[in-house]
Design a protein around this ligand. Structure first.
Ligand code: 1PR
Length: 565
C-alpha cells in the first residue's frame, strides 16, 4: 500500500497524477495509525518549515512518523519533506524538525543569484544509489528558498548535492529512507523514473545489495560519473562551499535557463475555450472573430512532449468574469495536469470577488481552486497594479492583498506577477517625474527616453505605475517571480524588449521571465546573454509551428547557455 502524507497545505494533485500515471494506487493518511500501516510512505511537504511541523504535531502524526522512520520503512520525502528530517530551519527559528538527520536548513545567502532557486538543476551523486543511478545526468525541477546544509555529522545521509552559489544537499538516503529537495512529480520523465524506482522497491533492492545497473558515461567528460561503482565517493562540500569542482570530481551543476510555452486562453464567439494569440494584445482577425490557434489541453501536452520547461495558461478575459464560474478553464487545468509533468502556471482574474448572489470570495479562494485543479503557481496581473497603487497611498502593505495572502498560505514561489507594460516616450527626462531610461529604440517622433507604464485589463487601461516600481513593490509583498510581458513587442517577432527586461531584473532579486516578441531561436540566446532573465516565454512562434522548442534549445546550447535536455 502506497500512502500519501498530505496535510492539505498545497497542491499535491500533480504528485497524485504522477503516481497514477505510473499505474500505482494511492491511499491517504487520515489518522495517525495509518502511518504505521503504510508500506510505502510519501511525504510531499508543502509551505513553510514551521507550518509543516505544526500541522504534523497538531494532527498527531509526529510520533508515528518518527517510529516509521526509526524502523527503516520505505519513505520518500519531497521538498519540505526533506527539510523536516533535519533538526531545524532558518525559516522557522525555534521550531524543532523531526531531527532524524543532524544539521540545519539555511536560507540561500544574498547574492546576484535569484531566490527562490527555481528551475531545472543537476545532481552530483555522492555515493552509490539505486534511486538515482544514471539519473544524475538529467536535470530536476527545484523551487525553494531554503536548503539543507551538508556537514561531517550528516555525511552518511548525503546522496546528492547541487550547486547554486554554494553546494547544498539535494538528496538524502540511508537504508529505505530517502528524500529529495526537488520535485520528481514536476521533473518530466526523469522525475517519473525516480518515483517508479522508489515505488518499485528500488530501496529494498539496494538494502538487499542487488547489483546496480552499469552507469552511463557523462557526455561532457567521457568518463564514468562519480557514483555507483565509480570508486571512492566524491568529495562532499561542507559549509556551503562547492568542493567537487577539482580536477577529478564531477563539474558543478548549473541551473538551466527555462523555456516556457504560453497559452493565452479565452472563449471564442461560439463559446468554446480556445488558445488565441494577439498582435500587441489584439486577438481578433480583421473580420472581427477571435483567432483560434488550437485546443488548450492538446497544445499543452504537445509542448510538454516537445520539451517545454514550464507551461503557462493566461485566462485573458477573466478580469471581467468571475473565474470560479469558468468551469471549463478549471477542467483544462485538471486534464492538463494528468499528463503534463512540468510546472503549470495559471493567470487571469485572481482577485477578491462578490458573485450575483452576494457571496464574497477572497483572492485566496480563487487561487485555492486553481491550485486544487493542478496549478503549481498562479499569476496576478490587474490586481497587482491596484495593490501597488494602494500600497503607495498607504505607505506599506497591510497583509490583505492577494499577493500577501496567497504567498502566506502557498509560499512565495507560488505567486507570479504578470506585468503588461507599454512604453511611454518622452523627448527629455525633464518632461516627466518618472524615472526614464535612454533607449536604443527611439519613439515614433524620435524620442530618446521612455518609461514602462503598467496597464490593467489586458492593456485596455494604462495606470500611473511604472513596471520597475511594480516589480519591486510586489517582491516586497511576497511575490516569487515576475512574468514580464511587453505590449509593444507582443506578437511582433522582433525580439524581446531587452531594455525593459534588464531594468526590471536589476531592480529585484526574484526570478524574471522575459516575455513577448520572440521570433527566432537567436532571440532566446540574446535575452539570456544580455539580461539577467532566468526564463524566456513565447507563444505565437510555438503555436504556429514556426520554431520548434528543440530548435530554441539547440541554439541556446550552441551559444553555451545551460538548458534542460
Ligand atoms: O489581469 O490578473 O486578470 O490577468 C490577465 C492575464 O491575461 C495577464 O497575465 C495578461 O498578461 C493576460 N492578457 C490579457 N489580455 C491579453 C491579450 O493578449 N489581449 N495576454 C493577455 C497577454 C501576453 C503574453 C504572450 C506573450 C508572448 N499575453 O502572455 O503570451 O506576449 O507572445 P509572443 O511570443 O507571441 O510575442 P488579470
Amino acid at each position: 500500500m502506497i500512502s500519501l502524507l498530505d496535510y492539505g497545505a498545497g497542491n499535491v494533485r500533480s504528485l497524485r497524477n504522477a503516481i497514477a500515471q505510473l499505474g500505482f494506487e494511492l491511499t491517504d493518511i487520515r489518522r495517525p495509525a495509518d502511518i504505521l500501516a503504510a508500506e510505502y510512505l510519501i511525504f510531499p511537504g508543502v509551505g513553510a518549515f514551521g507550518a509543516a511541523m505544526q500541522r504534523l504535531n497538531a494532527l498527531g502524526y509526529t510520533e508515528p512518523l518518527k517510529a516509521y522512520l526509526a524502523a527503516d520503512r520505505p519513505f520518500l520525502g519531497i521538498c519540505i519533506g526533506l527539510q523536516t528530517l533535519f533538526e531545524g530551519s532558518d525559516e522557522s527559528p525555534g521550531v524543532p524538525g523531526l531531527g532524524l538527520i543532524q544539521g540545519q536548513v539555511r536560507r540561500f545567502p544574498e547574492s546576484s543569484l535569484a531566490v527562490p532557486h527555481m528551475g531545472w538543476n543537476g545532481l552530483r551523486l555522492q555515493r552509490d544509489s539505486a534511486l538515482l543511478a544514471g539519473l544524475d545526468q538529467q536535470r530536476f525541477y527545484f523551487v525553494h528558498s531554503y536548503h539543507a546544509e551538508a556537514s561531517p555529522e550528516n555525511a552518511d545521509w548525503v546522496l546528492a548535492e547541487t550547486d547554486y552559489g554554494g553546494a547544498f544537499v539535494s538528496a538524502v538516503q540511508r537504508g529505505r529512507i530517502a528524500a529529495v529537495q526537488f520535485h520528481p512529480e514536476k521533473s518530466g520523465e526523469s522525475g517519473l523514473e525516480l518515483l517508479r524506482r522508489f515505488l518499485g522497491g528500488g530501496l529494498d533492492q539496494q538494502a538487499g545489495q542487488t547489483p546496480l545497473p552499469e552507469l552511463a558515461r557523462h557526455p561532457a567528460e567521457g568518463s564514468p560519473v562519480a557514483s555507483a561503482h565509480a570508486g571512492p565517493p566524491a568529495q562532499s562540500s561542507y559549509h556551503g562551499v562547492a568542493a567537487s569542482t577539482g580536477q577529478d570530481g564531477p563539474p558543478p551543476t548549473q541551473l538551466a535557463k527555462r523555456v516556457i510555452a504560453c497559452l493565452d486562453v479565452r472563449s471564442n464567439d461560439a463559446g468554446d475555450l480556445v488558445v488565441t494569440k494577439g498582435d500587441q494584445y489584439d486577438v481578433r482577425e480583421s473580420g472581427g472573430e477571435v483567432r483560434n490557434l488550437g485546443k488548450p489541453v492538446e497544445l499543452a501536452r504537445r509542448y510538454y512532449e516537445e520539451g517545454a520547461d514550464e507551461i503557462t495558461f493566461l485566462n485573458i478575459t477573466a478580469f471581467r468574469d468571475f473565474p470560479l464560474s469558468d468551469q471549463p478553464m478549471l477542467e483544462v487545468l485538471r486534464r492538463t495536469s494528468e499528463k503534463v509533468f512540468v510546472p503549470l502556471t495559471i493567470g487571469g482574474g485572481i482577485r477578491a470577488f462578490t458573485d450575483a448572489e452576494g457571496h464574497a470570495y477572497s483572492a485566496l479562494d480563487v487561487a485555492g481552486e486553481y491550485f486544487r485543479s493542478g496549478a503549481d503557481k498562479i499569476s496576478i496581473g490587474s490586481d497587482a497594479v491596484s495593490t501597488v497603487e494602494a500600497v503607495r497611498a498607504r505607505g506599506a502593505g497591510d497583509g490583505s492583498s492577494a499577493i500577501e495572502q496567497i504567498a502566506r498560505v502557498y509560499g512565495n514561489q507560488a505567486v507570479v506577477i504578470s506585468v503588461d507594460p507599454r512604453r511611454v516616450y518622452v523627448q527629455s527626462p525633464d518632461e516627466t517625474a518618472r524615472r526614464v531610461i535612454e533607449t536604443a529604440t527611439p519613439g515614433p517622433n524620435g524620442e530618446r527616453y521612455c518609461w514602462f507604464q503598467c496597464t490593467i485589463k489586458g492593456g485596455r487601461e494604462g495606470r500611473d505605475v511604472d513596471a520597475v516600481e511594480l516589480a519591486r513593490v510586489c517582491e516586497q509583498l511576497g511575490a516569487g517571480e515576475i512574468l514580464l510581458n511587453s505590449i509593444d513587442r507582443d506578437g511582433t517577432g522582433s525580439g524581446f524588449d531587452l531594455e525593459l527586461i534588464q531594468a526590471v531584473r536589476s531592480a529585484v532579486s526574484i526570478p524574471v521571465i522575459a516575455s513577448s516578441g520572440a521570433g527566432r531561436p537567436a532571440h532566446f540566446s540574446e535575452v539570456f546573454e544580455r539580461t539577467g532573465a532566468e526564463a524566456a516565454l513565447a507563444a505565437g512562434i510555438f503555436h504556429r509551428r514556426e520554431v520548434p522548442i528543440a530548435a530554441v534549445k539547440a541554439r541556446m546550447r550552441a551559444d553555451g547557455i545551460p538548458v534542460r535536455d
